[in-house]
Ligand binder design. Structure first.
Ligand SMILES: Cc1ncc(COP(=O)(O)O)c(C=O)c1O
Length: 449
């Protein structure tokens, strides 16, 4: 097994190629048609990412299923693109289920992992034909059991979301002690994996299928996966001693595959190399035939660019403040997680009329959003290039496909930007209309007054 410390990282951030799937001339045309801010999505990148993630785990001696965590970006055009790849969908709410049903995805391809786990919720999930459910509490398991009894038919394949309680070095961690996610392996209360397994093994209504864990997001130190899998191995051995018939058919190792923002990150293949032999050993010793890899960020982030327009600049001592018509209302993680999206001033299209002379480079350039809020200043990536910032020019924010559109909010009465997709045939297509102030006014109750 390759230890994480041995993985060779790309050393120079400058070697990172940003996904410039849209040429400056096309940006010029698209912003003339749709205005700014404007999200752009590249369909080919979505397919390439789905393929890359699946391939990374191809050494697993069983079936590998990649599931797209739609919480990262539920734009229907993205869901439909992934349906072409035949991948599964990881859902966590009835709203997401509605979206997926509207896109006519096969319920067999859905894994449903709820935080709320209510009876009515599970009834609707089972009625929709979803069979693979991850339970995260004893109450949740009881509700699923009641829902299964009400609906009838084959017992749902029930997985337990465990909290392996391993340290995770990442900005977003989901495996810390006493967290809201999953249950501990040997907890002292009914919310314990060991106790829930005993219940499941004796149930006619639910069929135990396997385990699920999700350690965090944008994980670059993979030792947490090895630690978690070692813990699971020891736990399964213990369970088998108590009940030799115990078998784990599916193992779902959640999300976390990282993407480039500011520092180079290992590839999915390097990530898989870290724990593939452990996964194979689990498969051999415990009969696990299916490995599930969930991913939100990796599958969608690099597919998307946000184009904004520079609306103002000012100079303050040796600093230059560049203000764009975007803000954290459409890129929330810039404020929440200090996400350093790579930014770049869009080169001028070489028809002479529009050509501008580059300003003398001002050393300390700050890129700020349009909101009247202290946090609305965008952290810069090491590869950001704002050297030609000037009013009227455009700034592209790269790798914004994950956890951005889904957080669009109307702070300062801001509307939602339109989204355009570059289809695999190279054509640009509007896949979400922008909203208007009038729509927002009515949504906020204006028409009731
Ligand atoms: C259960 C579960 N699986 C997968 C993911 C996706 O994680 P990522 O976007 O880091 O791949 C999340 C994200 O919150 C999650 O909660």
């Amino acid at each position: 097994m390759v230890e994480n410390s041995q993985i060779q990282l790309v050393e120079k951030p400058t070697t990172v190629n940003l996904n410039r799937f849209v040429k400056p001339i096309d940006i010029k045309k698209l912003v003339a048609q749709y205005g700014t801010p404007l999200y752009l999505i590249d369909e080919d990148t979505l397919h390439a990412k789905a393929k890359e993630l699946h391939k990374a785990y191809s050494k697993f001696k069983g079936q590998v299923k990649v599931a797209y965590s739609i919480k990262a970006n539920f734009t229907p055009a993205i869901l439909k693109a992934f349906m072409k790849d035949g991948i599964a969908f990881d859902l966590t709410s009835l709203g997401e289920l509605y979206f997926i049903k509207q896109c006519k995805a096969d319920p067999e391809n859905i894994i449903y992992t709820s935080v709320t786990e209510e009876l009515e919720e599970y009834i609707e999930v089972l009625q929709s034909g979803v069979r693979r459910i991850v339970v995260s509490s004893f109450n949740g398991m009881t509700n699923l059991s009641k829902a299964a009894s009400k609906i009838g038919g084959a017992a749902p394949l029930t997985m337990i979301r465990v909290n392996p309680e391993v340290g995770v070095k990442a900005e977003v961690r989901a495996s810390y002690r006493n967290s809201k996610f999953g249950v501990p392996l040997n907890g002292g209360t009914i919310d314990s994996t060991a106790k829930m397994i005993k219940h499941l093994m004796g149930s006619d209504l639910l069929k135990f299928e396997g385990f699920h864990f999700h350690l965090g997001s944008q994980i670059t130190d993979f030792s947490c996966y090895t630690h978690a899998l070692d813990k699971m191995d020891a736990f399964i051995i213990k369970m088998k001693k108590e009940n030799p018939a115990f078998q784990v058919n599916t193992f779902d190792i959640g999300g976390g595959t990282p993407i480039f923002y500011n520092d180079p990150v290992p590839t999915p293949a390097q990530m898989a190399e870290n724990h593939i032999s452990k996964l194979n050993q689990l498969a051999e010793t415990h009969g696990t035939s299916t490995l599930m890899i969930e991913s939100g960020r990796f599958l969608v982030a690099e597919s998307s660019i946000l184009v904004s327009r520079i609306v103002n600049t000012k100079e303050y001592n040796e600093h230059k403040i560049v203000i764009v018509d975007a803000g954290y209302h459409i890129l929330l993680d810039a404020a929440l997680l200090k996400q350093e999206y790579p930014q770049e001033v869009v080169p001028v299209v070489s028809d002479s009329k529009d050509k501008t002379t580059a300003l003398a480079t001002v050393k300390n350039t700050h890129l700020a959003g349009r909101l009247c809020d202290t946090y609305d200043v965008f952290p810069l990536s090491k590869v950001s290039d704002l050297s030609e910032s000037e009013v009227g020019r455009y700034v592209s924010f790269y790798n914004v496909g994950a956890y951005s559109v889904v957080f669009n909010m109307p702070f300062h009465c801001q509307t939602k930007p339109p989204i355009v997709m570059k289809d695999s045939d190279g054509k640009f297509r509007l896949v979400r209309k922008g909203t208007t102030h009038d729509q927002l006014f009515r949504e906020e109750g204006g028409e009731l007054e």
